[in-house]
Design a protein around this ligand. Sequence first.
Ligand code: DAH
Length: 342
Amino acid sequence: MQEKIRPYIEEVEKFNAATREELDGFRIKFLSKKGILAELFSGMKDIQADQRKEYGQMVNELKNKAEEKLSQLQTQIENAQDSRQAHDLDLTLPAEPIYPGSRHPISITKNKIIEIFSRIGFTVADGPEIEDDWHNFTALNFPENHPARDMQDTFFIEQKGPDSIALRTHTSSVQVRVMENNKPPIRVLSPGRVYRNEAISARAHCFFHQVEGLYIDEGVSFADMKQTLLYFAREMFGSGTRIRLRPSYFPFTEPSAEMDVTCSICKGKGCNVCKYSGWLEIMGCGMVDPNVLENCGIDPEKYTGYAFGMGIERIAMLLHNVKDLRLFSENDVRFLKQFAAE
Ligand code: DAH
């Protein structure tokens, strides 16, 4: 028996393999189900009883040596492969680029607006996006049956008449909170997100951003407002910019106006952005209605003030000639990347 097993042991001891394929051949030959060892184990029963012990010991020796060899060569081949890969690494190749993040165009525009107004003494005031009926509508002089109070226009969370709770439809609600909690002089800017029940299109969205401005003091006039807004328009759109105020209506201002700036694309000559009028509408404004002052605990006999509100998306679209409002909320990096330098 020994003469049969000894050569196998020697073969295993001498065996070497450089590739996985060679090693696999070895495994199949000795250790597989139909391999030499399986055959030797099953031959055990034909061995004479007095020789069985010795036979068993030799077969076990062969098995241990074969298994040991297999695992030793496996590690050897893997290590060789790793070091080959390490050699393949070319450290002179350019690295994968890392793209730094950039600010969102809405944040860039908002920060620019805040910066311009902060230079003339405006500070920033915040208010909640979930607002009650009083702050969003009633205190701002909206009549009870005003269309903005309709389900069709506003996202209500609870609709219970004067106790309704809704997503704010404009940042004008922050005016009320500021006036209720502060004494004049008041000079604040309130940027934030607002919500309206609108069908989403290139020109409208169910949420967008506004910046509200409010200035209350003794003797504040329409002329003060006009000069402040002219200063803003020139800082924002360029020093040659002109403005015009068209009469308008808002429940919370009297008189009310809409402000246009000369088109920043064609400089007032007429183009498809300004629909060949040379003018672009950028905000609503007016003198704070005495009813609003009174609702907020400010004496309208002593104080006057102006307010204005503008859409941040609209300003960003005009500044960068963006044609579709939806781009601002789709998070397409190809769009957002273009603002990286700002
Ligand atoms: N709240 C108005 C809107 O959402 C914008 C506005 C107009 C704000 C006139 C004002 C203002 O403060 O005086 O359309």
